[in-house]
Design a binder for this molecule. Structure first.
Ligand SMILES: [Zn+2]
Length: 67
């Protein structure tokens, strides 16, 4: 299956039988994010956390759905 990154619109091939593929099929609201965007966001989030701009409670709540 071909999926589109929700952030940069890059198309990527994804195995429909993989965990992520099944998740996207079964959950219409689930979005796909390419590895580049994932890394970029992880770095930005980590930087904001280090600067103390992110409330710890919010940080944990947000990171729940990613792993
Ligand atoms: Zn992307």
């Amino acid at each position: 299956m071909i999926v589109t990154c929700v952030l940069c619109d890059k198309k990527a091939k994804l195995d429909a039988n993989s965990y992520q593929g099944k998740r996207l099929i079964n959950h219409p609201l689930a979005t796909f994010m390419c590895d580049e965007c994932k890394v970029r966001i992880a770095q930005k989030t980590e930087q904001r956390r280090r600067e103390g701009k992110l409330r710890p409670r919010l940080y944990h709540k947000e990171s729940d759905g990613w792993s």
